[in-house]
Ligand binder design. Structure first.
Ligand SMILES: [Zn+2]
Ligand SMILES: [Zn+2]
Length: 179
């Protein structure tokens, strides 16, 4: 008898609050291709009221990472990426596109839409940005730091123009470090 080895889930996507299902499924498939891992979708976590800062009207990304880390059901997965559609911050910065700590990361979708800046929607550009930010934060969970190459996904994005310039690909050096 031939037994089939099923690859364990290497990356788990976790929707936090309201997240578009189609986008999530698209991202799951694209991340599978990018990392060559099986990517799963976890059960939805509730809206992160615990992370809300009233004065800033934003959500503390570090608090969300800690909340994900507490979940026993996620412990068996290699990496966990939370997705929120809310504005994130850390105390030293006006906002963040995402944050990562050890095997857990989170990204926000809200600033990746043209509509956030009063522009006409551009679904393709939005998807490319989502993939870029997701791969960037997951890259940190695989031990990569920021890359000086402005066309590498691991380059630090100060603004969306950085995100759009770099795109979702690793440079040769970064690629060699994780694959
Ligand atoms: Zn980074
Ligand atoms: Zn690089």
């Amino acid at each position: 008898m031939v037994s089939k080895m099923i690859q364990p889930i290497g990356i788990l996507l976790v929707p936090i609050g309201e997240i578009d299902e189609e986008l999530l499924e698209w991202l799951r498939i694209e991340l599978g291709k990018a990392f060559g891992k099986r990517v799963g979708t976890g059960s939805r976590m509730p809206h992160p009221d615990y992370a809300y800062h009233k004065g800033r009207n934003q959500y503390l990304s570090t608090a969300i990472l800690m909340e994900i880390n507490k979940k026993k059901e996620y412990k068996e997965y290699g990496k966990v990426l939370g997705i929120v559609d809310l504005d994130l911050y850390v105390p030293q910065l006006n906002f963040v596109f995402g944050e990562a700590s050890q095997r857990i990361a989170v990204i926000s979708l809200i600033r990746l839409r043209q509509e956030f800046y009063g522009l006409a929607p551009d679904p393709m550009l939005f998807q490319r940005r989502v993939l870029t930010e997701a791969i960037h934060e997951l890259g940190h969970t695989y031990g990569l730091g920021h890359c000086p190459n402005s066309h590498c996904v691991m380059y630090f994005s100060n603004s969306l123009s950085d995100t759009d310039r770099k795109g979702p690909e690793f440079c040769f050096t970064c690629r060699n470090q994780i694959f």
